[in-house]
Design a binder for this molecule. Structure first.
Ligand SMILES: [Zn+2]
Length: 333
């Protein structure tokens, strides 16, 4: 699969009637494509994927979920936001190779961080060599695997929320105010819940909701330990809402998990958005989204509602850029 094909699958949802949004931008200015299914009134759920470059199978999973929910008109009394690919710059490197990076200096910087190898199939970071799922301001830098120098994985950034993708996802979350969030990752078939210093009420609530996800998927539910700075951690720590990290795909599969595994992953996760929304409704009076925080803290770029022509124009620009990539390499970055 190429990067163009991946984006093409997201954009094609418009042909089936879904409206695409722009949830923000990547460092290189790519749109973070998103959609909404269901009602804007009532409890909302936010599901995001592809924050780690090599985990783009999770973006395809969200495409299947959104299509199924929309075409079968399954979402009522609330809504579900899908942010398909939070790290498009990184996904492009994994899918199209390091040659897809036009700028000579950036390309050489990344190759050097990759120990001189031109094989970027295992890459996780964004274009700045920051692991986006360690860059959120939730005990930032406190994780056991964190590193403090640019790296293809686990670098927390030079300061919390330094990365444009992270700022975008935070801002989108603050504006859409979900009562529950799910982050899709690969791999291992487990679900992580909880974070340090939670109130006992929230811990019990999040465990009970998590058990419903665990029962449906068959994935064990595990309390998060020694891991910080993730989107889930930020949602729990700052917004006080239930948030989960799903690691899909068997631990035996190599990274990146290929498309041929999508049907099995989808089958195990198909109903998760609906279960999440039902739980958000059921627990709504026990979820206190930190509204005072939101009013004080909205920052950065607003997400834009894009109409069909805007999103299609974005796709056309992507196509022409890819076509011109090799013949027209820029070194004047
Ligand atoms: Zn991941």
């Amino acid at each position: 699969m190429t990067y163009q094909e991946l984006i093409g699958k997201i954009v094609a949802l418009q042909d089936e009637g879904l409206e695409l949004f722009n949830a923000g931008k990547s460092v290189l200015g790519k749109n973070l494509l998103a959609t909404h299914v269901g009602d804007y009134s009532g409890p909302q759920v936010l599901i995001q994927a592809g924050i780690h470059a090599r985990e783009y199978i999770t973006s395809l999973l969200l495409v299947e979920m959104a299509r199924n929910l929309y075409l079968n008109d399954l979402v009522h009394g609330g809504g579900i936001y899908f942010v398909f690919l939070v790290n498009p710059d990184g996904a492009e490197i994994v899918l199209d190779g390091i040659e897809s990076v036009n700028c000579d200096i950036t390309r050489n910087y990344l190759i050097s961080a990759n120990n001189g190898s031109l094989d970027f199939s295992q890459y996780k970071a964004n274009i700045n060599l920051v692991d986006l799922n360690t860059n959120f301001n939730a005990d930032w830098g406190g994780g056991s695997q964190n590193v403090f120098c640019p790296s293809t994985e686990d670098f927390v950034g030079f300061y919390p929320e330094s990365e444009r993708e992270v700022q975008s996802l935070i801002n989108f979350t603050l504006q859409t105010r979900p009562l529950l969030t799910i982050s899709y990752h690969t791999k291992g078939e487990v679900i992580y819940y909880g974070f340090e210093n939670m109130s006992s009420e929230n811990l019990t609530r999040d465990q009970l909701i998590g058990e419903s996800f665990s029962e449906y998927t068959g994935y064990p539910l595990i309390f998060t330990e020694n891991s910080t700075g993730g989107y889930k951690d930020w949602c729990i720590n700052t917004l006080k809402i239930p948030a989960y990290t799903f690691e899909v795909g068997s631990a035996d599969l190599p990274h990146p998990i290929g498309e041929e595994n999508l049907p099995e992953i989808y089958e195990k996760n198909k109903e998760i958005p609906l279960i999440a929304l039902e739980k958000a409704k059921e627990y709504a009076n026990q979820i206190d989204f930190a509204l005072s925080f939101v009013q004080n803290k909205v920052k950065g770029e607003s997400y834009e509602k894009t109409n069909k022509s805007n999103a299609t124009g974005y796709y056309a620009r992507l196509q022409s850029r890819i076509e011109g990539r090799n013949s027209n390499r820029r070194s004047d970055c």
